[in-house]
Design a protein. Structure first.
Length: 465
């Protein structure tokens, strides 16, 4: 047996060939690309054996000599696989599409909630049963550790009283072609439900107050046994490689530049807000050479900011080893393009004041602190973040007031005609402590922007008469 035999066996396995009865593996081999495959199964196929009665110890000796890494799966994942049940409510489509689950840290009023705390207890490789609208619509495999994260924008309408920072866990979802109705199988499931913090009621309806519940392996495997033949095969194949491919790659393997360029000014803005509000990723160390300046002398580690932004942009947790940071890197270029300064560590900050336009000078007359506030916001990428958000939603920039699309007139350079206007809270009404969000803003053409300021100024003047 040589490496060609093993590679051929892996290729046959990837094409769906299953010459033996599948048994859940403990030992795995890892390919150069970072993919996991069942050790004994691949060894038996490469050897041309008639059954799986291969000696695991022999496979563990021979395959490393051919350049493969061998790992014990459960040990690599931190112990026995646990089973969990998530009740999604109205967020299930966004969480399935985004590859995650998210919850606030506490209930309203900072009240403890075990279902929210459970997000911090899951571990890589755990299995998740996804329940929504009366059906188990997907099964999931935890693909990375939990982390603090800002509330996803798609969750804004779900519960406005949720805190902005919560827990997020990345999940690799396997969507079911034939969803399962627990209500139809409640006689088989009822006795397996936990006595406390049960995700289901005894009649098969979901406990909507319970977001993520710990369930027994017996209940988890019972749900799996109810899968259709097609779903069972898809889940079995995906379960063999429980982590997403990117999480299995060695830390030194870099993401392609094309992937990193998917990070926009909006993602960077969201990452900065997450860090400023207390969220962080412990895998990123403090910066040693450079700082990202975000206003009022606040310095943040550039690599951590970009890593959090990339995680949102790409849909999985981006680790420090997935990209490089420093002068002439894509990371630094995109941070600067988003409107931020990157300075050498401990260097003097040279303030760069963006101009305040005429109308805003009128509104801010006699309020120098407000002028400083406007300049600070412009210097920290607010307008670029809003334009990136708008482009993501509509695929182009146009005036929200008159609907003028400058690209139809001026081509690619037409975007320069679109400006950002403080809509929800006008500049004249801002307190110095006001924190602008992207939803406070509108994209207007230069003409409509000026008219809007003039209209508001006239209205304010009339109110004082």
């Amino acid at each position: 047996m040589d490496k060609k035999d093993v590679e051929l066996a892996i290729e046959r396995f990837r094409r769906g060939e299953r010459p033996y009865t599948y048994r859940r593996p403990v030992w795995h081999l890892i390919t150069d690309s970072g993919d996991y495959y069942p050790l004994k199964y691949i060894y038996a196929m490469a050897r041309g054996l008639k059954n799986l009665n291969a000696h695991t110890g022999q496979a563990k000796k021979e395959l490393p000599l051919l350049g493969y890494r061998i790992v014990e799966r459960d040990g690599a994942q931190g112990g026995e696989v646990s089973y969990w049940w998530v009740n999604h409510k109205q967020t299930y489509q966004d969480e399935h599409a985004g590859g995650y689950i998210w919850s606030p840290k506490t209930k309203r009023g900072n009240v403890f909630n075990q279902a929210y705390l459970n997000l911090t207890l899951v571990k890589v490789g755990d299995l998740i049963v996804s329940f929504a609208l009366g059906q188990v619509k997907a099964l999931g495999i935890v693909s990375g550790p939990h982390r603090e994260a800002a509330k996803p924008k798609t969750h804004e309408g779900a519960a406005k009283y949720w805190n902005e920072i919560g827990w997020m866990v990345p999940i690799e979802w396997i969507m079911l072609e034939s969803p399962i109705s627990p209500k139809l199988h409640i006689k088989d499931l009822a006795d397996l439900l936990p006595n406390k913090y049960s995700p289901l009621q005894k009649n098969g309806n979901g406990h909507q107050g319970c977001y993520l519940a710990s369930i027994s392996s017996a209940l988890g495997e019972k749900i799996i046994s109810l899968l259709s033949a097609v779903d069972a095969q898809a889940f079995a194949d995906r379960r063999l490689r429980a982590q997403p491919q990117i999480e299995q790659r060695p830390a030194e393997q870099r993401l392609p530049v094309e992937s990193l360029r998917l990070v926009t000014a909006e993602h960077i803005w969201n990452a900065i807000r997450t860090i400023l509000e207390g969220g962080k990723d412990e895998t990123y160390k403090p910066s040693t050479d450079y700082d990202l300046l975000v206003g009022d002398g606040i310095r943040l580690p550039p690599k951590q900011v970009f890593g959090l932004a990339a995680s949102e942009a790409l849909g999985f947790i981006v680790k420090p080893g997935h990209f490089t940071a420093g002068v002439d890197t894509v990371c630094f270029k995109l941070l600067k393009d988003a409107g931020y300064q990157i300075l050498p560590k401990d260097s003097e900050v040279e303030p760069v004041e963006s101009p305040v336009n005429f109308e805003e000078r009128v509104w801010a007359e006699g309020r120098p602190a407000l002028v400083h506030h406007l300049r600070r916001e412009r210097a920290t990428g607010l307008a670029k973040a809003k334009k990136a958000q708008f482009f993501r939603k509509y695929g182009k920039l146009f005036c929200e007031e008159c609907q003028m699309d400058p690209s139809e007139i001026y081509g690619d350079i037409g975007d320069a005609c679109i400006e950002v206007h403080h809509h929800a809270v006008h500049v004249a009404e801002m307190s110095i402590e006001h924190k602008t969000t992207l939803d406070d803003l509108r994209c207007l053409c230069a003409n409509c922007h000026r008219i809007e300021h003039r209209r508001l100024r006239t209205q304010a003047h009339e109110q004082t008469q």
